[in-house]
Design a protein around this ligand. Structure first.
Ligand SMILES: *[C@@H]1O[C@H](CO)[C@@H](O)[C@H](O)[C@H]1NC(C)=O
Ligand SMILES: *[C@@H]1O[C@H](CO)[C@@H](O)[C@H](O)[C@H]1NC(C)=O
Ligand SMILES: *[C@@H]1O[C@H](CO)[C@@H](O)[C@H](O)[C@H]1NC(C)=O
Ligand SMILES: *[C@@H]1O[C@H](CO)[C@@H](O)[C@H](O)[C@H]1NC(C)=O
Ligand SMILES: *[C@@H]1O[C@H](CO)[C@@H](O)[C@H](O)[C@H]1NC(C)=O
Ligand SMILES: *[C@@H]1O[C@H](CO)[C@@H](O)[C@H](O)[C@H]1NC(C)=O
Length: 496
């Protein structure tokens, strides 16, 4: 076969190009593997340096690594804010860090920031806690919450006026959901999409929506399966728990985090390395809760973390000092920022239980009671808000029942996209079972110990001789009692 010079040249160029692409691909993998391994080495060596402390004892600073949609808000409002004073909370937790954590003498940092924040914290003096949730439930909840918050803006006639309103509402003491990662990306994106669909419906005239599956209602909102496969979801949502605990989110403070994450997303086999780091970190945490086991998790929290904060309060005797700072202004986390009444209701939340914590007579038991009342109240008000927001995209509605309508393939899609989180969740469950057993044993031991201690207190001051005297006297008294009793019986018999 004869080829003309031009096609020969073209062939050569093509072959060259192919080999370059192939070797680039290999290079890219090698490069990625190197990058990821370097990161693993760096993170495990800094971990080892500090691993000699007892992970179960609460350090000066408690860092609540709040993975979005795990129920962490309830912990924040109903546990942490009851245990810590306003003045003890690091400024603008949940917002971008605007302080030097090494300088500030704060004791509580609750945030959606990832583990890379540890680089800025005094490691030796920091305890970390987190809550992990089944990845399918977490992803569905993320979708639903993005829609819920975005739908609140549909009161506005158009996107311009909605966005203007949102920026006006950002007042100095209110941290809106829209300021917080990941919602600052997810909500405006979903909001734009909701408005676009509403505009399209208006153009079309009357649209009859027959499908009653809220996860696939294209006329009203972005369908779930579409949402899952967007660049934003890949950037932020999938394997979100693993990346957050590894410190590799899209919001990481670590400059190399983004390259590491991209490599892991590109080459699935590298994910295992990241997963190992995340597991090790979970192991070294003061507390790991599970969203699904919310009762046991709350009780574990109260016994492991709560009890230690309470004993710190007594030990450091902050009572006198802090009585004056109680009324200080505190940044409030608002969920939406879309209408004023929400914010006002959020701000006026009374913190009277805190006085009890600081007076030093709150116990683990009263803490649990406070938590239960508070979480019921919070759940109710969140439920009401959800119903009110979702009204605006009716007939779409999300309830526990509607989740069963998510097709099996979509559930599988979520599991595949969140393969690392699936593994991490399994691991968190193992840790939870172990910790739960350990603490239940300890509670039993400590209560039985206490009763022994109490008895010792009663008899503590007596030496053995005195104890014998007491026993002898008791015996004599008993005999005397028997004697009197017997006599009485006899006399009564005589009477008859
Ligand atoms: C959006 O709504 C506001 C308030 O009703 C109105 O003043 C403005 O002209 C609208 N903008 C557009 C682009 O339609
Ligand atoms: C994080 O993700 C959002 C949404 O996809 C994107 O707009 C933003 O640029 C990302 N940030 C980084 C640092 O990659
Ligand atoms: C705290 O310290 C003050 C004296 O500074 C003392 O009178 C008070 O009893 C202490 N309270 C507790 C709970 O230790
Ligand atoms: C806010 O509180 C007021 C009363 O103080 C109440 O009427 C209103 O329904 C509340 N709004 C929300 C969203 O809870
Ligand atoms: C806590 O202690 C204060 C005074 O020290 C007392 O007035 C209050 O009733 C106590 N609260 C509880 C729940 O025991
Ligand atoms: C959505 O579901 C909730 C819970 O079942 C219900 O209370 C609410 O009325 C529903 N909203 C609409 C608009 O149908």
């Amino acid at each position: 076969m004869q080829m003309n010079p031009i096609s020969k040249l073209a062939l050569v160029v093509l072959i060259l190009l192919c080999s370059v692409i192939v070797s680039f691909g290999e290079l890219d993998f090698d490069h990625c593997e190197r990058i990821v391994k370097k990161w693993v080495d760096a993170s495990s060596s800094s971990e080892e340096q500090h691993n000699n402390k007892d992970k179960r004892s609460l350090q000066d600073l408690l860092f609540f690594l709040h993975v979005p949609r795990t129920g962490g808000r309830t912990y924040y409002n109903c546990f942490l804010r009851k245990l810590y004073d306003n003045a003890e909370e690091c400024p603008r937790s949940y917002d971008k860090l605007r302080f030097n954590p090494r300088k500030e003498k704060c004791k509580l940092l609750a945030t959606h920031d990832d583990y890379s924040l540890m680089e800025m914290l005094p490691r030796d003096k920091t305890s970390v806690m987190t809550i992990v949730r089944d990845p399918v439930a977490r992803v569905l909840s993320t979708y639903e919450f993005s829609v819920e918050v975005a739908a609140r803006f549909l009161v506005h006639p158009n996107l311009t006026s909605a966005a203007r309103m949102a920026s006006r509402i950002r007042k100095k003491n209110v941290i809106s959901t829209l300021d917080i990662w990941p919602w600052k990306y997810l909500v405006p994106w979903m909001r734009e999409d909701l408005f676009a669909r509403r505009d399209a419906r208006k153009v079309k005239g009357m649209v009859i929506i027959e499908d009653d599956n809220p996860y696939d209602m294209e006329e009203m909102l972005m369908p779930l399966h579409t949402y899952l496969d967007t660049p934003t979801a890949h950037d932020i949502i999938h394997n979100g728990a693993t990346f957050q605990i590894a410190g590799l989110t899209n919001n990481s403070h670590l400059p190399e985090a983004h390259e590491v994450r991209h490599c892991v997303q590109k080459y699935k086999s590298l994910g295992e390395l990241v997963l190992q780091v995340a597991k090790t970190r979970l192991d070294s945490m003061l507390y790991v809760g599970l969203t699904e086991e919310h009762r046991e998790s709350a009780s574990l929290f109260a016994n492991v973390v709560g009890s230690q904060v309470l004993s710190q309060v007594v030990a450091s005797n902050l009572t006198a000092k802090n009585k004056n700072t109680k009324s200080e202004e505190r940044d409030t986390v608002s969920e939406s920022g879309s209408d004023k009444s929400d914010i006002q209701n959020g701000t006026s939340e009374v913190a009277s239980d805190k006085i009890e914590a600081k007076s030093g007579n709150m116990t683990v038991k009263t803490l649990m009671e406070i938590y239960e009342g508070c979480s019921t109240h919070l759940r109710k008000s969140q439920g009401t808000r959800r119903v009110n927001s979702l009204k605006r995209i009716s007939p779409a509605n999300f309830t526990t029942e509607t989740r069963t309508r998510v097709p099996r393939e979509v559930i599988q899609q979520i599991k595949t996209l969140n393969n690392l989180d699936v593994e991490l969740y399994k691991y968190a469950k193992e840790i939870f079972v172990k910790e739960h057993e350990l603490v239940s044993k300890k509670i039993i031991v400590s209560t039985s110990k206490r009763s022994i201690v109490d008895l010792q207190k009663v008899f503590g001051e007596m030496d053995d001789e005195k104890l014998w005297t007491v026993a002898l006297m008791l015996l004599l008294f008993f005999l005397f009692f028997l004697f009197v009793h017997a006599r009485r019986k006899r006399t009564s018999k005589v009477k008859i």
